[in-house]
Design a protein. Structure first.
Lengths: 437, 474
């Protein structure tokens, strides 16, 4: 009788009566019940005197929108990776249920059908924080499949935690990309009225349908307001806030475009267009799943053993301080360990590519300014003058190691392949958000 | 027309919402409502989230049709990212929960074994998230009234909503300082027998809430919603009562309105109305359905163990406290009931060797008289003024009759010079009065009284003056 979904009347030893639906949270100690008032409460099993089963309520059909193909509209494929962008509340159980079929999605967001023909499916349930390289390969292959079927663009719904890594990974893995791919997430889940999911999705569909953009991008809120979204460059973007809607920011780059929910958009920076790519063909260059690349954050009081841990790895990114530094100088009686660190760095750089990025996020590596930087360079660390984000450098190195021989990896790490290294640092990049808020 | 409640099939229940005096329910922001200039402004839209039943709640649908932009204004002093719906809630404010449990126990309600925080969907924009966080704390309590027992169905703890500032065709403007203040909600069953009992219930519930000494006081800190139905008319909820006194009149008008609606043979629907200042009501929105709650997954459930409940101190009811004060200090019962709200009364009694009755009268009746007679703001009378008066009375420097005058000066914001009210020996005054009476033999008693009082106001009690004049007139 104590089965989730059952309607019951419970009598307790202190002569109270509760009527409602048993919920799945029920365990050995307590029954969790949704009362008729809508409130959930937990009742200790030891307090229950009797349970009477009541007839089940009939559930009504799920709202589905019939889909008609409109040949005048572009076709957009929405690939879900299990985020909560398309979830609804089941009021009987209070659980949140995901809806992924095109019919269900259109039932929730009927406005989309005026903009594009939507294909929608669940690729696989992946928590973004749990993702591995194999998931990138799954997504890349799915994008190619949709493009081959004739999709005019692809949207991937994705958890925000590692979304920026995925964006970079797809940028590299999808060689010769000839359609736009936008990764969309939400910082407030779509089971609440205030969710940013819908506007983010709406802006992404609009931008694919109306613009000429042809690359991988990220689409989320520009500000805390529900006014506009930004299309952000896949290899230059980072999640910079744990919870705000406008958490995603570009570094050493400007946003690609600003999109309004009504379909208007403004391109902000130069980007690849469909004309540029009309002769190209997508080739998936996947990640090798057993490639081991590590990220080490330089910090005060570092120990050489922290580096030595990675001696069996294939590559290392050092997220250095400032212009690209790590403690390697023995300057007084307190800094003997630093000498060991230097030796460790040197020994690692002999075995694998060791690449320098900066904890500053903004700005470029320059290992010539201080003698420390020069010494690090001499030890074999590469990356001088690059302005890549640590996350992008990590993905790029893993991808290069998956697809190129080692000497090429060293060389290509320093070349701009997908917009990950900008040739010039522009004044307005750092101030973009100061000037636009 | 006298209403026959039984014959009408009158059903009535009341919900009380009371703000708790502590920081906000799910963040550390102070619970202050103020009118500082906002330094934060955001614009949002809300979207109805349909249930699995494929049905969007009637109240939600009603709000959605308006498709309005919501403008939220906030001050950093009283709102953080939690109010802006940009950060998940923190743990439940345990202070607020303790107060809610005290109230539950005073209502003899039984706490639930495990609290589950819920999201109640509200998409009129008054909550930035699109829902109000609420939790059921206790059920099955009761209170005793002069017309019998009224059952308390539930005691809940919830978040206060944002305050609406302006509503236009295409947008609504809200202020966020009020959003998130802890609110205790008490709901009775529908067994209230008539409009007078409803007012009594509201009074008792208010008294019980105040007994915790941890609830906010003042305009807008307590609100009543009354549910009314009669045979042939579905339930109507009335919000926004200006004062307890107005409850019976509003209910009676509502019954009359419902009766005429029934006669009109229209299709009647359950809905929410607003109490207007003239005691009539006006349409507000459709009745929200029950199917609008789902779990707040960001806050873990809270177990209410018997050990935890045992630790809750049950405060003394204000009514009981009044009876105690009445006996202890020999106060008239009305005065005792009023003085319980005064935190300083017992301190003054201990500090000054004057009668508790006089202290109570000075604290309660004198300010009332000043406000009704001179239309002055008695909030300007501070503790220091009372200390001044009580000290002078203890040292026999002034007469009782000077209190009104001195405190009136305080209410006017004037400096107080006690020398002006210096007590004069009665014998001294008596000889002066005798002189006056003798030199004005042709004047009436009242005229003489006027002359004496204009000279000795604040120094001599009126009664005593009359006595002396009478004695000397013959």
């Amino acid at each position: 009788m104590i089965v989730p979904g059952n309607n019951v009347r419970l009598s307790t030893r202190d002569s109270r009566e509760f009527e409602g639906t048993i919920l799945p949270d029920t365990n050995n100690e307590k029954i969790v019940i949704k009362l008729q008032s809508g409130y959930n409460i937990g009742i200790k099993k030891t307090k229950i005197e009797s349970i009477k089963q009541l007839p089940k309520q009939m559930k009504k059909a799920i709202k589905k929108e019939k889909i008609k193909y409109n040949k005048n509209l572009p076709t957009v494929s929405i690939i879900h990776t299990g985020g909560t962008i398309a979830s609804e509340v089941d009021y009987d159980s209070g659980a949140v249920i995901a809806r992924f079929t095109p019919e269900e999605l259109m039932g929730m967001f009927p406005e989309l059908k005026k903009i594009a023909n939507i294909n929608s499916f669940l690729l696989s349930n992946m928590w973004s924080e749990d993702m591995r390289f194999s998931h990138y390969n799954l997504m890349a292959k799915a994008v190619k499949k949709e493009a081959d079927k004739g999709a005019d663009g692809v949207i991937i719904t994705h958890g925000t935690d590692t979304m920026a890594y995925t964006a970079a990974a797809l940028s590299f893995a999808l060689e010769g990309l000839n359609i736009p791919v936008l990764i969309v997430g939400a910082q407030r889940s779509s089971d609440r009225g205030s969710s940013d999911a819908f506007m983010n999705l709406l802006c992404a569909v609009n931008y694919i349908a109306k613009s000429n953009f042809c690359d991988v991008g990220i689409c989320l809120h520009e500000t805390s307001d529900d006014k506009s979204c930004l299309i952000l460059p896949a290899t230059k973007t980072k999640k910079t806030h744990t919870s705000r809607r406008d958490a995603f920011r570009p570094f050493n780059a400007e946003p690609i475009a600003r999109v309004y929910p009504d379909g208007r958009y403004e391109n902000i920076s130069k980007h690849a267009t469909r004309q540029d790519k009309k002769d190209s063909k997508i080739k998936v260059k996947p990640f090798r799943e057993n490639i081991k690349v590590a990220i080490l954050k330089a910090h005060p009081n570092l120990y050489a053993t922290e580096l030595d841990n990675y001696s069996k790895f294939d590559g290392l990114i050092i997220e250095g301080t400032g212009l690209g530094h790590i403690a390697i100088n023995e300057i007084d009686k307190h800094t003997g360990e630093n000498k060991k660190i230097y030796n460790s760095v040197k020994s690692l750089a002999k075995k694998m590519p060791v690449f320098m990025t900066s904890q500053c996020n903004n700005g470029r590596i320059n290992m010539n300014v201080y003698s420390t930087g020069r010494k690090i360079k001499e030890s074999g660390v590469i990356g001088d003058h690059n302005d890549m984000l640590t996350e992008t450098a990590f993905i790029k190195m893993a991808w290069l190691l998956s697809n190129y021989p080692k000497p090429m990896v060293h060389k290509l790490m320093m070349e701009n392949l997908r917009g990950e290294i900008s040739p010039r640092s522009l004044e307005k990049e750092f101030h973009f958000f100061n000037n636009n808020q | 027309m006298e209403l026959d409640y039984k014959k009408l099939g009158f059903k009535c229940g009341i919900e009380i919402h009371q703000q708790v005096e502590t920081h906000k329910l799910f963040c550390s922001c102070p619970s202050i409502v103020h009118d500082q200039n906002p330094d934060i402004k955001i614009e949002r839209r809300l979207r109805a989230v349909a249930g699995e039943t494929g049905k969007i709640d009637a109240a939600a649908q009603f709000e959605l049709k308006k498709n309005k932009m919501f403008i939220y204004e906030a001050c950093s002093t009283s709102s953080c990212l939690v109010e802006l719906d940009e950060e998940p809630p923190k743990d439940v404010n345990m202070d607020a929960l303790e107060t809610a449990l005290q109230v539950a126990l005073l209502l003899k309600a039984k706490p639930v074994d495990e609290i589950r925080v819920m999201r109640k969907i509200v998409i009129d924009g008054s909550n930035t998230s699109g829902f109000q966080r609420t939790m059921l704390i206790a059920t099955d309590g009761y209170i005793e009234t002069s017309k019998g027992i009224v059952i308390i169905d539930s005691v809940c703890l919830e978040e206060e909503s944002a305050k609406k500032i302006e509503e236009k065709e295409d947008y609504v403007r809200y202020r966020l300082d009020r959003l998130g203040i802890p609110l205790i909600e008490i709901a009775t069953d529908a067994s209230i027998k008539d409009s007078e009992q409803c007012k009594e219930v509201a009074g008792i519930l208010g008294m019980i809430l105040r007994s915790t000494n941890k609830v906010k006081r003042g305009i807008g800190t307590i609100r009543q919603d009354v549910n009314v139905s009669i045979n042939g008319h579905p339930r109507v909820e009335i919000k926004g009562f200006q004062e307890l006194k107005s409850i019976p009149k509003v209910i009676e008008f509502e019954i009359k309105r419902e009766l005429s609606e029934i006669k009109s043979k229209k299709k009647l629907e359950s809905h929410v109305r607003k109490a207007d200042p003239d005691h009539t009501t006006s349409y507000l929105r459709p009745m929200p359905g029950a199917a609008r709650m789902y779990p707040e997954t960001d806050v873990p459930p809270i177990s209410l163990t018997s050990e935890l409940i045992k630790k809750i101190k049950i405060p003394e009811l204000l009514t009981e406290k009044a009876i105690k004060l009445e006996k202890k200090y020999n106060l008239p019962s009305q005065l005792a009931q009023e003085i319980i709200n005064n935190e300083d009364f017992e301190t003054f009694v201990k500090k000054y060797k004057i009668s508790p009755n006089l202290i109570a009268k000075t604290l309660i009746e004198i300010p009332k008289e000043i406000s009704s007679r001179f239309k002055l703001d008695t909030n300007k009378i501070h503790r220091k003024h009372y200390d001044l008066v009580f000290d002078a009375l203890t040292k026999n420097k002034i007469d009782e009759s000077a209190i009104l005058e001195i405190l009136t000066q305080a209410a006017r914001g004037n400096e107080i010079n006690l020398n002006k009210y210096k007590k004069i020996e009665t014998s001294e005054i008596e000889s002066e009065i005798v002189k006056l009476v003798k030199s004005n033999k042709n004047l009436s008693l009242n005229a003489l009284m006027g002359m004496v009082m204009s000279k000795y106001r604040g120094k001599l009690d009126g009664k005593k003056a009359m006595e002396i004049i009478r004695k000397n007139i013959d």
